[in-house]
Every structure is written in C-alpha cells, then in structure tokens.
Design a binder for this molecule. Structure first.
Ligand code: Z5A
Length: 225
C-alpha cells in the first residue's frame, strides 16, 4: 500500500491553522476521496494530550526552556507512534495543526535554545517522518493576537498567549525564515484574507505540490497503418 501524505499547518497564534486544517481535510475527502486524519500538536494522542495540559498551563515553565522543549519532543514521539505513522501506513493523509517547526520557532525564540539542540531533538523525535508539505500561515502578529483574543472571550490566556507583541512578531519572522530555508517543503499562505480565500490558496498549494495521482493514459487501440 502507498504511504499517505503528511501535511502540517504552522504559524503564529490566531492565523487560522485549525480552521484551515479542518477545511482542507473536508476538501481532500470530497474531491480526492482520500481518508484524512486531522490532528494537532502538542497533543494528538492520549499521552501527548496529557502533556499538552501541563505545557499550556505554564506548569512546565519551571523546568526551563530545555525542559519544555523535551516535553514537546516527548509528546511528539507518542503522537507519531500512536497516531501519525499508523495513519500514513494505512495510506491515509494526516493533516496536523502545528508540528516540529513550532518547536524550532517557539522554543528557539522564547528560550533562545541552541538550534543544534533543537535539531538533535527533532532527529530523535521525528526521525524520517517529515512533512510532505508545510503550509506556513502568515499574518501580522497584531491581527493574529486580536483574533485569538476575540475567540478566547473571558477565558484566561495560556502560557504562550501571555507572551508580548514583540515575541509574537519574532515568531512570525522565525516561521518565515524556516519557509525561506526549505522552500521545497514549505508554502507561505497569506492568512489575512477571508477564510474562503485562504482555503483556496491552501488548496492551490496542495494541488501544486501534492497533485493527485493521475491514471496512466490508456494505450491507443487504433491500429497504426
Ligand atoms: N507550541 C510550542 O511552543 N512548541 C511546539 O513544539 C508546539 C506548540 C507544537 C499551542 O497552542 C501552543 O503551543 C502554541 C505554540 C506552542 N501557542 N500559542 N500561542 P494552541 O494549539 O492552543 O493554539 P495555536 O496553535 O496558537 O492556535 P490558535 O490560537 O487556536 O489559532 P489558529 O488555530 O491558528 O486559528 P483558528 O483557531 O483557526 O482561528 C482563530 C480565530 O480566528 C477563530 O475565531 C476563527 O474563527 C478566526 N479566523 C480564522 N480564520 C480567519 C480569517 N481568515 N479571517 C478572520 N477570522 C478568522
């Protein structure tokens, strides 16, 4: 059986990753007829969801930036083992809301972690299961934060949402840097358009980078004279 495709959404807060991950999955099912697993990080498996709670509550901050990065990696190992690799082996597509680029960006920016340490953790946690396509959702940090705040309502901000505007601007740059370094894997999407227009841009990137397997043209049955 052919391995499925692995697509990740990355970018700052409130850039529409969850919205677009859901929309892409629906369109893949409808237009390509493929089975799709929609998942997220941190989380995506029971043990990783438990780690997510600790990370977003801010309780893991006491371990310092390296400790937090190790917890993200531990969650990722379980998520890959339990959810992502089995789905890909079944020939399904996996659409994941955040993945290893978020560790590069967030732990790189927030903890000033050595990129070599982050790369080593990525090698250990991710191994060969790299995304086939990463959609980097790009939006001015002010707009993303305003969207996230409006959606949150009266709920308290989590450990990462509490970071200031300067940090969120640095995160935007970090994601754009990743896309510039790996243009064959990453497509930058203007996330400032309407949800419908963003969905079209996402679909165009998927069609261009991961075209559906077209059937071989049938050999002509006409006798050649
Ligand atoms: N983190 C990390 O540090 N290291 C790691 O390795 C990983 C993660 C994997 C997870 O938070 C946090 O963990 C994350 C980084 C850190 N921190 N932050 N901040 P999360 O999963 O809870 O949150 P998030 O990933 O940042 O997602 P989000 O804030 O929920 O935003 P989103 O998924 O990008 O957007 P959305 O939920 O689709 O949309 C947000 C709102 O905007 C919503 O009301 C939508 O209806 C609206 N929206 C969406 N699209 C549009 C458009 N096009 N126009 C107008 N309004 C829109």
């Amino acid at each position: 059986m052919t391995r499925g495709r692995f697509v990740t959404f990355e970018g700052g807060e409130g850039t529409g990753k969850s919205t677009q991950a859901r929309r892409l999955a629906e369109r893949l099912r409808a237009e390509r007829g493929v089975a799709v697993v929609v998942t997220r990080e941190p989380g995506g498996s029971p043990k990783a969801e438990a780690i997510r709670k600790v990370l977003l509550s801010g309780r893991a901050e006491a371990f310092g930036p390296t400790g937090e990065a190790l917890l993200f990696a531990a969650a990722r190992i379980d998520h890959l083992d339990v959810t992502i690799r089995p789905a890909l082996s079944r020939g399904e597509w996996v659409v994941c809301d955040r993945f290893a680029d978020s560790t590069r960006a967030y732990q790189g920016v927030l903890g000033s972690l050595d990129p070599e340490l982050i790369a080593s953790l990525e090698r250990v946690a991710v191994g060969k299961t790299r995304p086939d396509l990463t959609l980097v959702m790009d939006l001015p940090a002010e707009i993303g934060l305003a969207r996230a705040e409006a959606r949150r309502g009266r709920e308290a901000a989590d450990r990462f949402e509490r970071e200031g505007l300067a940090t969120h601007k640095a995160l935007r740059r970090a994601f754009l840097d990743i896309a510039a370094r790996e243009p064959e894997r990453c497509a930058v999407i203007d996330a400032g358009m309407s949800p419908e227009a963003v969905a079209e841009a996402v679909w165009a990137a998927v069609e261009a980078r991961l075209p559906s397997a077209r059937p071989e043209p049938k050999p002509s049955t006409e006798a050649s004279s």
